[in-house]
Design a binder for this molecule. Structure first.
Ligand code: BEZ
Length: 237
């Protein structure tokens, strides 16, 4: 599809292979997603360096990095700023910002410079109705095989909920490890949803309470408990 001179790149969606790129970051050059093969990775964008919401987000993400690392999930940031802006901003955060009990915060994960917007465009991070020159707050959850498994977008004006980003990684890993789904507001230790029975006989047995550990609210909605320890053992590194 073409508009004027510019080729419109379709936004990557859940289930797509993460678009590949090479980039310069605050931690050296990276080849994405190749460098992260075998690990989970969150690729996220922020609108601009030296802006307040983004600063609060970076301080929060950097403070939580260890919790993501425990899930074997790496973090990679991006904005349409140059490397020297990134370096100066991250230094300012470390040296000067004291916010909500967070201070002396060192951002150790890579922050991609993308002045050309090549990567941001590939990932649908430029949403012109919001801004033609700044990336929205996009979050791509990419699995160890390089497949996009979840995407969340926030506008420029709203900082992300990092507890939710952490919960999404926990839930994706749990769904994979136990072949289940995770219901609303799920947390490790909460009941999970078992796949719908493949036959009437199994569905009836479940409804009759004959499948051990499975509780059915109706034929299409059955849950079971998985102990929190068992979940954590499966999803933590
Ligand atoms: C901020 O991070 O504070 C911000 C960035 C771009 C537009 C609006 C707010």
């Amino acid at each position: 599809m073409e508009t004027s001179n510019e080729t419109v790149i379709p936004m990557p969606r859940i289930g797509d292979k993460a678009p590949a790129f090479k980039a310069v970051t605050t931690q050296g050059e990276i080849e994405f997603p190749k460098k992260y093969e075998g690990h989970w990775v969150i690729l996220f964008s922020h609108p601009a360096d030296f802006t307040p919401v983004c600063t609060s987000e970076f301080m929060t993400f950097a403070t939580l990095e260890q919790k993501f690392e425990e899930l074997d999930c790496k973090l990679v940031g991006l904005s349409i700023d140059g490397l020297y802006s990134h370096i100066a901003w991250l230094r300012t955060i470390k040296d000067k910002i004291d916010y909500k009990g967070m201070k002396d915060v060192e951002v150790k994960f890579p922050l991609i410079e993308d002045i050309t917007m090549d990567v941001a465009k590939k990932y649908g991070m430029i949403q012109p109705g919001e801004s033609a020159t700044k990336a929205v707050r996009a979050v791509f959850f990419i699995d160890p095989k390089g497949i996009i498994r979840a995407v969340i977008y926030y506008p420029l004006s709203i900082g992300r909920n990092f507890d939710e980003l952490h919960r999404v990684v926990q839930a994706l890993k749990t769904a994979d490890a136990f072949s289940v789904a995770c219901p609303a507001d799920w947390r490790p230790g909460d009941d999970v949803i078992v796949p719908t029975a493949g036959s009437c006989g199994v569905a009836k047995d479940r409804m009759d309470g004959k499948e051990q550990g499975v509780t059915c609210h109706d034929w299409f909605f059955c849950t079971k408990k998985i102990d929190k320890e068992k979940v954590l053992k499966a999803i933590l590194k």
